[in-house]
Design a protein around this ligand. Structure first.
Ligand SMILES: [Zn+2]
Length: 166
């Protein structure tokens, strides 16, 4: 697997591409200081080059390999990077916060769909009641506004919720 390309943002300089060995070398020789920030091409957040090369402690995290289900230990600063499990499966280091957010969005989307279905049922009930009132022999067509309105509101808000998924 090809190691990811990195970017470095040094104080007062524009961000520039760099290879991992270049960061290791720069930290070792002192031309990369603690005020610099780095990220890989797969990441949208910056962190210390000292943490990247292991000169400073960095928080770790565990997650299960989707193929062999074994727990893998990784660093939080490796989120988004591709890694290979001992079983050979290639995967991306997950972002626990982002995964939780997408899980919540999915739940909201499902709840929204349920509400939408219920809204349609209520609305249909309102329309059927209106038609039934006509069929029952009333002289005028009685629109049952309550259920039609409530059904429409439910359907619309359910539709909005179901679209909340990012
Ligand atoms: Zn595995």
């Amino acid at each position: 697997m090809i190691p990811p390309r990195y970017f470095i943002k040094e104080f007062g300089k524009p961000e520039s591409p760099i290879v991992l060995t270049g960061i290791q070398d720069g930290v070792e020789k002192g031309w990369i200081d603690a005020k610099s920030l780095v990220r890989s091409e797969y990441q949208d957040f910056w962190y210390s080059p000292l943490e990247l090369v292991g000169k400073e402690p960095t928080p770790g995290m565990r997650f299960a390999c989707p193929q062999c289900k074994k727990m893998t230990l990784s660093r939080k600063i490796d989120m988004g990077n591709p890694i290979r499990c001992a079983c050979g499966h290639e995967m991306t280091v997950p972002d626990p916060a982002r995964r939780q957010a997408s899980e919540m969005a999915r739940t909201a989307a499902l709840a929204g769909k349920g509400r939408m279905k219920f809204g349609i049922i209520v609305m249909v009930f309102g329309i059927v009641s209106s038609v039934a009132s006509y069929m029952a022999g009333y002289h005028h067509f009685m629109l049952v506004y309550g259920p039609i309105g409530a059904g429409a509101v439910l359907t619309y808000s359910g539709w909005q919720m179901s679209r909340s998924r990012k």
